[in-house]
Write a protein that binds this ligand. Structure first.
Ligand SMILES: [Fe+2]
Ligand SMILES: [Fe+2]
Length: 167
């Protein structure tokens, strides 16, 4: 009964964040920033090349997504700077297709990947006690989930699950 697992004590002891934890977080945030740039480009292009009456509603939603992704990029770049890092200037590659449905599928896959990553980033931010970043990331995740929902609805598919690894 007196036996307590050693592991249970460790998370609370992370009062001071190690330099390597911060560097890891900076690198990961730069990956997030590159994904935000990718999203800005994809939504700007796709919203203009989508044709056909069935895609008009989602095309106007994509325009709104583009400006929200820009706000996310600004926030992430600001946080990278605050942590002592240098914001990247390179986006992740943007896939193109002649088919509207494929473009929206690319977006949906990217949003799912983005959400998965931000959920991990929230954990990293909390591990070093950077609660303000964790708070901002939560707001971003809520918007990414709206994007994911819009895209899944346009495609007529279920919203991909991202909750397997816990909230
Ligand atoms: Fe975003
Ligand atoms: Fe998004």
């Amino acid at each position: 009964m007196a036996k307590t697992k050693q592991a249970s004590a460790t998370p609370k002891q992370r009062g001071k964040s190690s330099k390597s934890q911060i560097n890891e977080l900076i690198d990961a945030l730069n990956e997030d920033l590159a994904r935000e740039y990718q999203a800005i480009i994809a939504y700007t292009v796709y919203s203009n090349v989508l044709t056909g009456a069935q895609w008009m509603k989602i095309a106007s939603e994509l325009q709104k997504h583009a400006s929200e992704e820009l706000a996310h990029a600004m926030m992430i770049a600001d946080q990278i700077d605050y942590l002592g890092g240098k914001p990247t200037a390179t986006p992740k590659p943007v896939k193109l297709s002649d088919k509207a449905e494929e473009m929206i599928r690319f977006d949906l896959d990217n949003e799912t990947e983005t959400i998965r990553n931000y959920r991990q980033r929230i954990k990293q931010a909390e591990a070093i006690g950077h609660y303000a970043l964790a708070e901002q990331l939560r707001k971003i995740v809520a918007e990414e989930q709206d994007h994911q929902h819009d895209l899944a609805t346009a495609l007529g598919v279920d919203v991909p699950r991202v909750f397997e690894d816990g909230a």
